[in-house]
Design a binder for this molecule. Structure first.
Ligand code: SF4
Length: 437
C-alpha cells in the first residue's frame, strides 16, 4: 500500500490550522506525513485564492509536486478549488480536487482513490466511491495534538458576511459558522495536556465569532476569558480582528486575562476614508485610530500589525498619501502590504479606474520601506527590556509581542518558556536574547 503523504500549506492561519487537521487525520488513518521536498505517494496542496498571486502560487506548488514524483497522486484542496471549480482545477494535472467543506474527508478520499480508479481519466471526483465519502461527511476538524507544528492554531469560526468589495472569500468560504465555546475549550484542554502552551485563535472573520447564534450568548470576549481560565494555557494570541471590535468595553473585559498576548492584528486595508468606502469596509480612519488608542491605553506598547492594499481601483496619489501618513502616524510593528488583485465576481473587479500594475508595485515599495523603518523602531524600543520567550527549535523563539529572538546560551528545548532581556541586534540583523540568571 502506498502511504507517504506530503502536505504544503498556503495562505492564512485558518488554512494552517486545517492543514494541521488534515495531517492529523492522515496519521490516524495510517499514513506517514513527510516533508513536501521528499518523494511521496500523495501530495496535498492546501491552496489559497485571496489574490491572483495566491492562485499562481497554488498552481506552482501543484506543478512542483508533479515534478517531485510524476507517479504521485496530486490533490488540490481549499479556496483555489472553491473559486475555480473542481473541473478547471483537475484540467491542470491535478488528480483530486476538494473544496474547503470537504477537506475533513482527506483520509477517506485518498483511501477511496487507492481502492478504486487510480488509472481512470477524470479521477476520483466522478467516482461512486467519492460520492460515498462526501455523503458520509459532517465532522469538523478537531486538532488533538498529533499534527506537524509546535504552535497551535485553533480555527473557531469560518465564513464571512462582510463582502468587502475586493474579496472573494465570502463566495469561497460561505457565511459565518462558529464552533461552540465548550467544544473549543475541550480542544484546548486536550492540547495543553499534551504540553502545548500557546494557542492562536483564528477565523476567517474572527470578530464575528458567535454572532449567528445570538441566543447562545457566545462571543469572542467570552471565549477569550474562558480559555484564559483553563489550566495549562500560558499564551493566547488572536488572529486578524476587525477594528470595530476594539471598544473600551471589550478591552475592559480583557482585564485579568493574563495569557492574552499584547499582539493585535487589526485589519486596515487603507488609511483613506474614500478608499475605505469603495472597499465597503465599515469604519473610517478616525474610528480605526480610536481602536488603536484604546489598545495602547490598556496594554504597554502592544505589537500592532495590519494589512494594507495598494492600488485599489481609483486610488489617487492623494488617497495613497493619506494611507502613507496614517501608517507613519500609527507606527505599526508590522504591515503586510499587498498590491490590489482583481478577483472575478467581486464588485471591485467591475469598478472603473483600475490602476496599472506598475503603480500598485511602486506604492507597495514605498510602504515596504516605511514598514521596515516602523518595525526597526518597534523592536529597538524593546532593547534592554525584560521579555518572556516561548522557544521553538534551535534556541529561537517569540516574545509575547511576537518579536523573534535568538538565544546563544545553552541548549533550550522547544516548548520551554524563559524570561530574559533583548540585548540588541547581531550583524545579521537577528535580535539577541539573554536569559535572566
Ligand atoms: S472581512 Fe472582508 S476581506 Fe475579510 S474575509 Fe470578509 S469580505 Fe474578505
Amino acid at each position: 500500500m502506498r502511504k507517504f503523504v506530503a502536505i504544503h500549506n498556503l495562505g492564512c492561519k485558518v488554512n494552517a490550522y486545517e492543514t494541521e487537521g488534515m495531517a492529523e487525520k492522515l496519521i490516524k488513518a495510517g499514513f506517514s506525513v513527510v516533508s513536501f521536498e521528499e518523494k511521496a505517494d500523495y501530495y496535498v496542496v492546501n491552496t489559497c485564492s485571496v489574490t491572483n498571486i495566491a492562485d499562481r502560487k497554488s498552481r506552482q506548488m501543484l506543478h512542483r509536486a508533479k515534478k517531485l514524483n510524476p507517479d504521485a497522486v496530486i490533490i488540490a484542496v481549499g479556496c483555489y478549488v472553491d473559486t475555480h471549480g473542481r473541473d478547471e482545477v483537475c484540467l491542470d494535472g491535478v488528480d483530486i480536487a476538494l473544496p474547503n467543506k470537504e477537506k475533513e474527508n482527506i483520509a477517506e478520499v485518498i483511501k477511496a482513490w487507492d481502492e478504486s480508479h487510480r488509472e481512470e481519466a477524470g479521477g476520483l471526483r466522478d467516482s461512486a466511491a467519492y460520492g460515498e465519502v462526501i455523503r458520509n461527511s459532517g465532522n469538523q476538524h478537531h486538532i488533538s495534538g498529533e499534527g506537524i507544528y509546535t504552535r497551535k492554531f485553533l480555527k473557531v469560526q469560518d465564513g464571512c458576511n462582510m463582502f468587502c468589495s475586493y474579496c472573494i472569500i465570502p463566495y469561497a468560504r460561505g457565511r459565518i459558522r462558529s464552533k461552540r465555546i465548550a467544544d473549543i475549550l475541550s480542544e484546548i484542554s486536550s492540547l495543553s495536556e499534551k504540553g502545548y502552551s500557546e494557542f492562536v485563535i483564528t477565523g476567517i472573520h474572527l470578530s464575528s465569532f458567535g454572532i449567528e447564534r445570538p441566543e447562545d450568548d457566545e462571543d469572542l470576549l467570552k471565549l477569550i476569558k474562558e480559555a484564559d481560565r483553563l489550566p495549562g494555557v500560558k499564551r493566547l494570541r488572536l488572529g486578524s480582528l476587525e477594528p470595530r471590535i476594539i471598544t473600551t468595553e471589550f478591552v475592559e473585559g480583557l482585564r485579568g486575562t493574563e495569557s492574552l498576548c499584547p499582539h493585535f492584528h487589526l485589519s486596515l486595508q487603507s488609511g483613506s476614508d474614500t478608499v475605505l468606502k469603495r472597499m465597503n469596509r465599515h469604519y473610517t480612519a478616525k474610528e480605526y485610530l480610536q481602536s488603536v488608542e484604546i489598545l495602547r491605553s490598556y496594554f504597554d506598547d502592544p505589537a500592532l500589525t495590519t494589512d494594507v492594499i495598494t492600488g485599489f481601483p481609483g486610488e489617487t496619489e492623494e488617497e495613497f498619501e493619506e494611507t502613507y501618513r496614517f501608517l507613519k502616524n500609527i507606527g505599526f510593528y508590522e504591515t503586510h502590504i499587498f498590491p490590489y488583485s482583481r478577483r472575478k465576481g467581486t464588485a471591485a473587479d467591475r469598478m472603473e479606474g483600475q490602476l496599472a500594475n506598475s503603480v500598485k508595485h511602486e506604492r507597495l515599495t514605498v510602504l515596504q520601506t516605511l514598514d521596515s523603518e516602523n518595525r526597526r523602531k518597534y523592536e529597538e524600543r524593546h532593547f534592554g527590556k525584560q521579555a518572556e520567550v516561548l522557544f521553538e527549535d534551535g534556541n529561537e523563539g517569540y516574545t509575547r509581542e511576537y518579536i523573534r529572538v535568538s538565544c546563544p546560551e545553552g541548549r533550550i528545548k522547544s516548548g520551554e518558556i524563559h524570561t530574559g532581556t533583548i540585548t540588541g541586534r547581531d550583524v545579521a540583523g537577528t535580535l539577541m536574547f539573554t536569559l535572566s540568571s
